[in-house]
Design a protein around this ligand. Structure first.
Ligand code: SF4
Length: 450
């Protein structure tokens, strides 16, 4: 076992060797350069894909650097979410307060862009100087007659996961405020798909073939009006439970909408996601259509995966992603293409998630919660992983260690959900793992000499 910071003992477990349980959901240990992002980042990840809303970051310009380029959620219509607006607080505003600047910025932007709603993100410095963001939002809401939602997401309050909850509260304030859309009795909301590379459109296609209406996608390709009508769907289907379970629970409590948790990644989980929805509606014709769809897809997909499986047989993968459901699906999908997972970690998993993850990992797999670059690098060297699957912060770790990398997070431009997504995933993994470039890389690292 590699060295790790004191206090992190029960956040790292090697299956088959350690007997203690992995405890997830703990605050980061002081002194650890955690891979977790801040509260503001978490709230923005969730709300940002709502394409016809104004997203205004109240704070210094640095916080607003997290733009559409990093989180490229696609829209089939309006694209206001692609513009990154900030009140750009300077020293003078920080000394004398930034409320006036916020009020003016909201008026100016709403007049210019006519959004259907506005989200105002409060960042660290605003929490420190104490601007009354909520009262400014309330005032502008009255004057402009659109929802203006204060997202009190000061980065220092906790971690990215706390930002998810704050974003869910912001969404919940919109749900139930409109009843003008046509709603089918076979309607669902999809919670927690962010349409980074058009995945939502694939899902729409599948559910349409089954006769199911997606009333509100929350929040990929999101629209304010659909979210306002979302309380009228028959079922909430939660894909990213880490980010959206809070909203699903709130909607169940207030509107009685049941929810199921699914994953759209990998053949098994994608098929289960369709069957679970069909089962819910207790309609034989819906189930028959789901079976037909899965059969059609697998007839072409299974033979297409074969060559990749042969080439990747026995290769080893490290996974470090945001949520545990994604990690679980990835372990299964990697197994399907002949690969073994040797490291499985997440930023936001809880103890229950890790229990589940452990049941599907092989003996020898290192499971880790809230890791940091030094630990991850050590684990990769120790296990001899050939591939790292992660996000923007893990990419340099993989490349510095001279191994393949697959982006399964914010920056990717390739759809990895659904049946087509599984084939894209196999191709991408194959291309990076077997790339001839790795033979020219020195796999020793600066840590080797320490
Ligand atoms: S931690 Fe604070 S200052 Fe840094 S990006 Fe997050 S909100 Fe902005």
């Amino acid at each position: 076992m590699a060295e790790y910071l004191e206090g992190r003992e029960n956040q790292i477990v090697t299956k088959g060797i350690d007997s203690h349980e992995l405890v997830g959901g703990k605050p980061s240990v002081a002194g650890s350069v955690s891979q977790r992002a801040c509260v503001f980042c978490g709230s923005r990840v969730v709300l940002y894909p709502i394409a016809d809303a104004l997203h205004l970051v109240h704070g210094p310009i640095g916080c607003a650097s997290y733009t559409w380029d990093i989180r490229g959620a696609l829209s089939s219509g309006p694209e206001l979410h692609r513009s990154s607006f900030s009140t750009d607080l300077r020293e003078k505003n920080i000394v004398f307060g930034g409320q006036d600047k916020l009020y003016q910025a909201l008026h100016e932007l709403i007049d210019k862009h006519h959004p259907k709603a506005a989200f105002v993100y409060s960042t660290c410095i605003v929490g420190v100087i104490g601007d009354d963001v909520q009262s400014v939002c309330k005032r502008v809401q009255k004057e402009k007659n659109i929802p203006v939602v204060a997202v009190m997401a000061e980065g220092f309050q906790g971690s990215k996961k706390d930002g998810y909850k704050i974003a869910c509260d912001a969404l919940f304030s919109l749900v139930g405020t409109d009843e003008s859309m046509d709603v089918s009795p076979l309607s669902i909301n999809i919670l927690g798909d962010f349409n980074l590379a058009g995945e939502l459109w694939m899902l729409e296609e599948y559910y349409k073939k089954m006769g199911i209406q997606i009333l509100a996608p929350i929040t990929g390709d999101g629209r304010v009006k659909k979210i306002q009508n979302a309380h009228r769907a028959a079922l909430n289907v939660v894909q990213c439970s880490g980010s959206m379970i809070h909203l699903a629970k709130q909607m169940k409590e207030k509107y009685g909408i049941p929810f199921i948790k699914v994953s759209y990644f990998g053949i098994e989980d994608m098929s289960d996601a369709l069957y679970e929805v069909a089962k819910f509606f207790k309609d034989d014709s819906v189930m028959d259509k789901a079976r037909e769809l899965v059969k059609d897809q697998l007839t072409t997909l299974i033979p297409a995966l074969e060559p990749y499986k042969r080439a990747l047989q026995g290769k080893k993968a490290a996974i470090y992603v945001g949520g545990a459901f994604k990690a679980i699906s990835l372990v299964k999908a990697l197994r399907l293409i002949g690969m073994k997972t040797v490291i499985a970690g997440t930023q936001t998993g809880n103890t229950e998630d890790y229990r589940l993850l452990k049941t599907i990992c092989d003996d020898g797999c290192i499971m880790v919660d809230d890791s940091n670059p030094v630990e991850l690098s050590e684990f990769v060297k120790q296990t001899g992983a050939d591939l790292f699957i992660g996000g923007v912060k893990e990419r340099p770790i993989a490349y510095k260690l001279g191994i393949g990398f697959c982006d399964h997070n914010h920056e990717r431009k390739l759809a990895l959900a659904g049946y087509d997504g599984m084939l894209n995933f196999a191709k991408e993994v194959y291309e990076t793992v077997t790339s001839p470039v790795w033979q020219f890389v020195n796999r020793s690292t600066p840590f080797d000499n320490e």
